[in-house]
Design a protein around this ligand. Structure first.
Ligand code: FAD
Length: 480
């Protein structure tokens, strides 16, 4: 009997196993132990459970033989797999290569121990095949950055290219983008509200019962859990938010968690949407949206997302990196959301509460509010990594390590980002109007912490051309 195993992060509508004539049986494992590895946000557990159950249901309806290990069995991942192998006389196992390190190796070892033949399909979560991205990173000079990768990617795929030139004759439209939200005169479209079907209601009930301490209220679950609703969700973004994505990409607003973002990472990262689909759907709107927005958005998806996956593969040492030697541990309220200290700056408090509610914050909030605060306060980057990994619906090792350790915490000493992403209150006020006025922002805890950070790490940061000005300003303040 030849079986294919569908991992929780690979719930593709068209998983290669489904068209493989060799496969007799498709397996799904809801591993209790995997969901308990951290105290994950309840919405992430609901998303993964409901998406797996919908995939199994679709497949069974189409006449494929499906076997599952349910959460109620209490079995761990390999124990569940072992039970299925024995029960169904499986002698060959196929799966799609997993993005996070270690999973393929564990499965290969398992198959060797059980005497199973194996077959591994290539990872379909990305546009760039793994060997191709590995080759790019291996050949790139140490000075290469995301921008180099992105231009290569555009040329390689022909996306937004007019012949060998970039569409609009520019690679980058940042100068047209990144404005703060005006105080009046703009309506931010609401996200679609999705009804829950029986399968999703079941997953919500089970998570409520079995994971009572998980952050977030499972009853408020809000994301699509099947490919058709994920496509409709993407369509809603393209219709209502993509046109202003670029302009307000870096904006923050106290009452608006989503602004003009696509809120698609949680879906892309488990195969409910594919990159190919996202590219085709957004390009189809090319005549209706400004090129600056379209390019700004595709840069994230075919540039940043793929680049971070490549960086994760190329730099295994990033996971434990701590270049600045930061040691502070996170206080329990980061996880519980209770007893948040009164003096926590408004942007941090607001975004923290949002993360508890939705398991989501948009990029600039992750980077310039949460990440910035962690860095300025001296938290150990591995503590930050654990927190992000626990609290976000879209968090997986491959994307967290380069984003948290690399981009946000400068734990790699500047390999992913060219400088630490830090700022005082003035930047946050400009992009988010978090304080009553600019004076309050400039006098805020963020600003004090910013100068203290530069002073404390002067020796480690000196010589970085992008920090020359802030370091000079810090020295002037110190001496004056
Ligand atoms: P949009 O703003 O609409 O962007 C479109 C898509 O581009 C995203 O859905 C995502 O798939 C991709 N993307 C954009 N930037 C990045 C990036 N830097 N790395 C990878 N993909 C990117 N992304 C995750 O998918 N999972 C995470 O756990 C995660 N953690 C992060 C932690 C920190 C500290 C930082 C700074 C960034 C993190 N990101 C993570 C990247 C990015 O912030 C999120 O992908 C994005 O905010 C998701 O919201 P969205 O779908 O509305 O994105």
């Amino acid at each position: 009997m030849k079986a294919a195993l569908v991992l929780a992060t690979q719930v593709f509508e068209r998983h290669p196993a489904f068209d493989d004539p060799e496969i007799d049986l498709v397996l799904f494992i809801e591993s209790d132990a995997a969901f308990r590895r951290r105290r994950y946000h309840s919405h992430k557990i609901v998303l993964l459970l409901a998406a797996m159950r919908h995939a199994a249901d679709r497949l069974a309806r189409s006449g494929t033989r499906v076997e599952r290990v349910g959460l109620e069995s209490g079995l761990g991942f390999l124990d569940g797999l072992r039970a299925l192998v024995r029960e169904h006389g499986i002698d060959a196992l196929a799966w799609m290569s997993a993005t996070d390190r270690g999973i393929d190796q564990r499965l290969l070892r398992f198959c060797t121990d059980q005497g199973l033949r194996t077959r591994v399909y290539p990872d379909a979560l990305f546009l760039t095949p793994a060997p191709v991205i590995d080759e790019w990173f291996a050949a790139a000079p140490p000075s290469a950055r995301m921008e180099d990768f992105y231009r290569w990617q555009r040329r390689r795929t022909g996306i937004l290219m007019d012949g060998d030139r970039p569409a609009g004759r520019r690679w980058n439209f940042d100068a047209d983008n990144r404005e703060p939200l005006p105080r009046t005169g703009i309506d931010v479209p609401a996200l679609p509200v999705l009804p829950h079907d029986e399968i999703t209601r079941g997953a919500i009930a089970e998570v409520t019962e079995r994971f009572p301490d998980a952050p977030g209220d499972p009853q408020n679950f809000w994301l699509p859990v099947a490919p058709d609703s994920a496509r409709a969700w993407l369509g809603d973004f393209v219709e209502h938010r993509l046109a202003l994505f670029g302009r307000y990409e870096d904006a923050m607003a106290e009452g608006e968690p989503f602004l003009f973002h696509s809120v698609s990472s949680a879906l892309l990262n488990i195969g409910l949407l594919t990159v190919e689909e996202v590219v085709a759907t957004t390009l189809a709107a090319r005549d209706r949206v400004p090129l600056a927005s379209l390019e700004g958005y595709l840069r994230q998806v075919i540039g940043w997302r793929e680049y971070m996956r490549g960086a994760y593969r190329a730099m295994p040492e990033l996971r434990e990196a701590n270049h600045l030697g930061q040691t502070r541990r996170l206080e329990p309220w980061w996880y519980t959301g209770c007893d948040i200290p009164d003096d926590l700056p408004v942007p941090v408090r607001t975004v923290l509460q949002r993360v508890h509610r939705w398991g989501y914050a948009h990029h600039i909030e992750r980077l310039m509010v949460l990440g910035n605060w962690f860095l300025l306060q001296g938290y150990d980057p591995r503590e930050a990594y654990e927190w992000f990994s626990t609290m976000f619906v879209d968090a997986y090792e491959w994307v967290m390590v380069p984003n948290v350790q690399g981009m946000s915490q400068y734990a790699d000493g500047g390999r992913v980002a060219t400088k630490p992403y830090i700022s005082g209150g003035a930047y946050l006020q400009r992009m988010g109007s978090w304080w009553r006025n600019d004076r309050e922002a400039r006098g805020s805890e963020f600003t004090t912490a910013y100068w203290e950070f530069l002073e404390a790490h002067e020796d480690q940061l000196v010589g970085n051309p992008r920090l020359e000005l802030p370091l000079a300003q810090m020295r002037k303040r110190r001496s004056g």
